[in-house]
Ligand binder design. Structure first.
Ligand code: PEP
Ligand code: MN
Length: 264
């Protein structure tokens, strides 16, 4: 399928920064935590605030997210800071609630992109939406599955599409939590140059000390943006503690990055 949308335009329409910066905690934990982080991120290069409220945990027993109440916190954060709000959806019920609460950006997680039935259900629930929808790569290194997910959304007449490269599972021991397998993302970019490509260094590295380096590598490959897990108290985060950074550290990273001008 040829996806030749004026897709990149949604970045301009929203007057979002270049590169696009999405930041916020892995999980919304409390109203206070959400609001504090959002306030620290306003008036910076961040244009979209992320927080998961339904958390897809690999095994049961971990924190599975605060659920629907978190949508109210995001609404409040938006009203107070003006940041656009993003959260993960994995079922049609999630989509319905997120739309009812006017969440601006919905992303499909790596454990959902692997399942065509789930992606189709989400695409049907989102039919004709003008919300921004971002598709993470599937957990396994399968380019076709990633493309298939995007095509299902495109066929449901969703035009503000983007993709997030969050790395791939491997049973081998590597320095990464999820192996970047850069070539897969580059192949995606070559095939669909109109679809914004966003790096997720947090889930690729699993380690806050490697966030800068992986983000720089992506920008050098002409990625359009980044999504970086950011928390006021990273060590005590309820999920993904080792990879989260403080808002101050995020600002420093953004300052240190070498960003190519679009005309370069
Ligand atoms: C997340 O963004 O917190 C998340 C669960 O990511 P992924 O789907 O990439 O594992
Ligand atoms: Mn996370």
């Amino acid at each position: 399928m040829n996806i030749t949308i004026e897709n990149r335009k949604w970045l301009d329409d929203f007057k979002l920064s270049h590169p696009l910066v999405i930041a916020g905690p892995c999980s919304a934990e409390t109203e206070d935590q959400v609001l504090k982080i959002a306030h620290e991120l306003k008036n910076s290069d961040v244009s979209i605030f992320r927080a998961g409220i339904w958390k897809p945990r690999t095994r049961p027993g971990g924190f599975e997210g605060v659920g629907e109440i978190g949508l109210k916190w995001l609404q409040k954060a938006k009203a107070e800071t003006g940041l656009l709000m993003a959260t993960e959806v994995a079922t049609a019920a999630h989509v319905k609630l997120a739309l009812e609460h006017d969440i601006d950006v919905l992303w499909i997680g790596a454990r959902t992109t692997v399942n065509p039935f789930a992606v189709q259900e989400i695409a049907d629930a989102l039919q004709n939406t003008d919300k921004i929808v971002l598709v993470k790569n599937p957990v396994n290194p399968d380019l076709a599955l990633w493309i298939g997910g995007v095509e299902r959304l495109y066929k449901a007449n969703i035009k503000k599409l983007g993709v997030i490269h969050r790395g791939f599972s491997t049973y081998e021991k590597t320095k990464y939590r999820n192996n970047p397998e850069w070539q897969i993302a580059i192949d995606f970019q070559n095939r669909f140059p109109d679809i914004p490509l966003i790096i997720d260094p947090s889930h690729i590295t699993g380690n806050r000390d490697m966030i800068f380096q992986v983000t720089q590598e992506a920008l050098d490959l002409n990625y359009d943006g980044m999504i970086i897990e950011t928390h006021i108290d990273p060590d005590n985060a309820w999920s993904d503690a080792a990879q989260q950074i403080t808002p101050d550290r995020l600002k420093q990273i953004f300052f240190d990055l070498t960003i190519r001008k679009e005309t370069d």
